[in-house]
Design a protein around this ligand. Structure first.
Ligand code: NAD
Length: 428
């Protein structure tokens, strides 16, 4: 792959992980960018990667060190924007890929942001609440030198939530000496969070699925959905799809996979899990199936909403769904995508399908800047409009140029990013 020649020296080509998927997606768009492709290395190289040591006192009096990252992939179109992930599998190359996808996503939606992402290599379930708070605050202080409401704005991602955002906002505010709500999004409502933000990513998955189904002549009522991940994204997507008449027939999370052909009620499942009396597998009235069988479940919609690299060359051939809605970032490898496209499946790519979260994060940031707050109905209507319009532009380009939807989304987004790059020029 030609991009190997331009790999930053700090990455081992054998351990590229999701960054390899991102690079391959970039390679696929370059032939469609015309003269702007001379700027391709802008996409292949993150602008800035910060690796920080995060030492904290544990409750037992010992000191532990965690590895933290903040990557600003591109800031040509505005401040960096992207979530923070707490997971034992976090690596620099993963955070780079997630930051690269944020650049593309924000540009695909025409949000005035670049792309960024952060993470800590930690299993947060092993930490007490006060350890989690100390780790979050130390990490925020360490990355404080590059974040800010006009520089780079973090948000929740896997294993982070409103509470973590509140600690981040408070730590940054204490360090700069004034309350700065706009430094993070996905905050609690009482700290300047936005109505509609909690469900925004999942709601967005529904909006793009609805738009695709309209064009494909598929019925939402009774459509069967197989869902991987029942966290922030999966839970909200399941509830909205269920309310609109779809049937959630299978759900997989870290605990395992459940199946119920007549449909799982996501509201009841959410309440059951929140009660803390059992895992997904203990939910009444379901059948437990193997994680591997999940991929073969008969369904119209497959909605991966967990982690990267879940749909691979190994399982893609067994997937039955006509529509794949990428709630997660990077769930499909390029090889798996080729297999799915060859049999006529439609993949709604992550940079569109899960863009509802960052779109409402943008609304939150705008509300913070003006200290004027909108109604939930207004936010949901604006979200629906933003995603429907982005969908239409991507769909129409894909039809016109006979491109996969991901490549079409990358064409629109990368054109915007590279035009900005070219117009700004190189300084000095
Ligand atoms: P979350 O931590 O709230 O939930 C993650 C879910 O995935 C949990 O249900 C967990 O059990 C499940 N999971 C984890 N590992 C798994 C595995 N190996 N197999 C099956 N299930 C597994 O995270 P989230 O915020 O819902 O994020 C999920 C995905 O959506 C990530 O790819 C994230 O980057 C992406 N995303 C999130 C947002 C957001 O607003 N939170 C926005 C855009 C994209």
């Amino acid at each position: 792959m030609s991009s190997q020649n331009t790999l930053p020296s700090y990455l081992n080509p054998l351990e590229l992980g999701p960054w390899a998927t991102y690079l391959e997606q970039v390679e696929r768009v370059l032939p469609h960018l015309g003269r702007l492709s001379v700027w391709a290395d802008t996409l292949r190289r993150p602008k800035r990667c910060l690796i920080v040591d995060v030492p904290i006192h544990m409750d037992d009096g010992t000191v532990r060190h965690f590895e933290g990252y903040r990557v600003q992939h591109n800031v040509s179109r505005g401040p960096g924007k992207g979530g923070v992930r707490y997971h034992p599998g976090v690596t620099l190359s993963e955070v780079m890929a997630l930051a690269g996808w944020m650049t593309v996503k924000n540009a695909a939606l025409n949000l005035p942001y670049g792309g960024a992402k952060g993470g800590i290599r930690v299993d947060p379930k092993q930490l007490s609440l006060s350890e989690l708070e100390r780790m979050t605050r130390r990490y925020t202080s360490e990355i404080g030198i590059i974040i800010g409401p006009d520089r780079d704005i973090p948000a929740p991602d896997v294993n982070t939530n409103e509470r973590v955002m509140a600690w981040m906002m408070d730590t940054y505010s204490m360090n700069v000496g004034s309350t700065s709500p706009g430094v993070v999004t996905g905050k609690p409502l009482s700290l300047g969070g936005s109505l509609g933000r909690r469900d925004a990513t999942g709601r967005g998955c529904f909006v793009v699925a609805r738009e695709a189904m309209l064009r494909l002549g598929m019925e939402m009522k009774g459509a069967r959905v197989a869902l991987q991940g029942f966290g922030n994204v999966g839970n909200a997507a399941a509830r909205v799809l269920h309310e609109q008449g779809a049937r959630i027939v299978a759900i997989q999370d870290v605990a395992g996979t459940i199946y119920k052909p007549s449909g799982i009620d996501p509201h009841a499942l959410g309440k059951f899990l929140a009660a803390g009396t059992g895992t997904l597998l203990d939910f009444p009235g379901i059948e437990c199936i193997s994680n591997d069988k999940f991929w073969e479940v008969e369904c119209e919609i497959l909605l991966p909403a967990a982690l990267e690299n879940q749909i691979t060359a190994e399982n893609a051939g067994r997937i039955r769904a006509r529509l794949i809605v990428e709630g997660a970032n990077g769930p499909t490898t390029p090889q798996a995508e080729d297999i799915l496209l060859a049999r006529g499946a439609i993949i709604l790519p992550d940079v569109l399908a899960n863009a509802g979260g960052v779109t409402v994060s943008y609304f939150e940031w705008v509300q913070n800047a003006s200290s004027f707050f909108w109604t939930e109905a207004d936010i949901n209507a604006r979200l629906d409009r933003a995603l429907s319009e982005a969908f239409r532009a991507i769909w129409d380009l894909a039809q016109e140029r006979r491109l996969p939807l991901r490549t079409a989304a990358f064409v629109i987004a990368c054109t915007r990013v590279l035009e900005a790059r070219e117009l700004r020029g190189l300084y000095p």
